[in-house]
Design a protein around this ligand. Structure first.
Ligand SMILES: Cc1cc2nc3c(=O)[nH]c(=O)nc-3n(C[C@H](O)[C@H](O)[C@H](O)COP(=O)(O)OP(=O)(O)OC[C@H]3O[C@@H](n4cnc5c(N)ncnc54)[C@H](O)[C@@H]3O)c2cc1C
Length: 377
């Protein structure tokens, strides 16, 4: 088998489709019996939309999502600080907006475009690297590949199997994400589809998705899930008092880490997406940067399969690691720090950005990862 991708998440399926579009044989092994349906990433940045367009899968995604042309910084209880308009990026991208749409709507589109060669219920348990290929141990027996792409998420068996490290830190608080069946534009007039709300005690993020609004709240690291979920109705009422409990559709708590693996390429194994790097979700960079890994590394692998030197893969792998550290981790961590209570300088800066299209353009190019695609290793 030529290339085996482990993991049918957004990153693994994007990598597989990139290779398939270049005419290479590719098989995907997925542990689950179906594609994951859980509520996770919900923002697509402009460069990801361009990449999905070049793979021929953008239109069905646009049909399912909501175009968010602006996002807002707000003061808790004090209203808007500034609204930034992604329209200033018209010279930089064909898609000067964020598309609000869950990742679980992208994966079936990618699967459809691949048209087969995805084997469900095939967890990979181990990896053996030889000189001219790799053997994957699965519950259905060994699978041999010339090249392996590990896109099997944060607990990656491929990463563990090749002995790669995954160092970094864990945030002290957990994140609580609640999907609600309330129209927040009616109760908080003037809000944008994406809102970062500053507060030293309880910051929050309000995000619109096609079917509901999401509220992201910081939550103590050590309390029980039961306690935190029982406190949620009060916390939502404190965001906006509707005179009745908010209609809650779903809520979950999770721990957030900033980690990156030491090498994105080890011999004939490539790591990408959450298997290679994880970060906090503020700014919506995890899935997006994973899609960028997938397109860039899979295209370089296709070049190598077509005769380019393998050193090209080392360069792309090193560049993607630099992006994970210097763009994704740095920006998402800055976003986390500011939400706790931005310095007055940052409030002034975002107000000035909102009034100055040239400065806003520079800021938004970084925030939506356009700059990261020009990064050098
Ligand atoms: C609550 C939440 C909110 C988020 N919000 C955002 C956001 O707004 N924007 C953003 O960009 N990112 C966000 N993220 C991060 C984003 O969800 C991840 O970065 C993204 O899912 C990474 O995609 P992936 O394909 O690398 O990994 P995954 O989506 O985790 O997919 C990995 C796949 O591999 C399979 N697998 C696992 N182990 C094996 C194995 N041993 N063998 C075979 N298959 C295996 C899994 O079943 C899964 O299908 C969020 C994450 C969470 C948890």
């Amino acid at each position: 088998m030529s290339v085996v991708v482990v993991g049918a998440g957004p990153v693994g399926l994007t990598a597989a489709l990139t290779l398939a579009r270049r005419g290479h044989e590719v098989t995907v092994l997925e542990a689950g019996r179906t594609l994951a349906a859980e509520s996770r990433a919900s923002t697509f940045h402009p460069p990801s939309l361009e990449m999905l367009e070049s793979l021929g899968v953008l239109n069905p995604l646009l049909d399912k999502g909501i175009i968010a042309s602006t996002f807002q910084y707000r003061e808790r209880g004090g209203g808007e600080i500034a609204t930034l308009d992604l329209g200033v990026l018209t010279e930089d991208t064909r898609y000067p907006f964020r598309l609000q749409c869950e990742q679980s709507k992208l994966t079936p589109i990618l699967l459809d475009a691949l048209g087969g060669n995805v084997r469900f219920d095939q967890p990979v348990h181990g990896v053996y690297r030889g000189d001219d290929g790799v053997i994957l141990h699965t519950s259905h027996g060994p699978v041999r590949a010339e090249w392996v792409i590990g896109a099997d998420g944060a607990h990656s068996a491929v990463r563990n199997g090749i002995g790669a490290r995954f160092e970094g830190t864990t945030y002290p608080e957990r994140f609580l994400v609640a999907s609600v069946e309330e129209d927040l534009t009616a109760v908080l007039p003037g809000i944008a589809p994406i809102n970062y709300v500053f507060d030293p005690h309880e910051w929050l993020v309000l995000l619109r998705t096609p079917e509901h609004w999401r509220v992201l709240l910081p939550t103590p690291g050590e309390t029980s899930d039961e306690l935190e979920l029982s406190r949620l109705p009060q916390r939502l009422t404190a965001v906006a008092d509707l005179g009745r409990p908010w209609r809650l559709r779903h809520a979950s708590l999770y721990r957030v880490h900033q980690r990156v693996t030491d090498q994105f390429r080890v011999g004939r194994v490539l790591l990408m997406g959450d298997a290679a790097h994880v970060n906090n979700p503020l700014g919506g960079m995890g899935m997006n940067s994973g899609i960028h890994d997938a397109v860039q590394l899979a295209n370089t692998l296709a070049d190598v399969l077509e005769g380019a030197p393998e050193s090209a893969l080392d360069l792309t792998a090193a560049r993607r690691r630099t992006v994970a550290i210097e763009h994704v981790q740095r920006t998402s961590h800055d976003n986390w720090q500011r939400l706790h209570g931005p310095e007055d300088g940052f409030r002034r800066q975002v107000r000035e950005l909102a009034a100055d299209p040239v400065a806003a353009r520079a800021y938004l190019r970084r925030a939506c990862l356009l700059d990261s695609l020009e990064a050098r290793s």
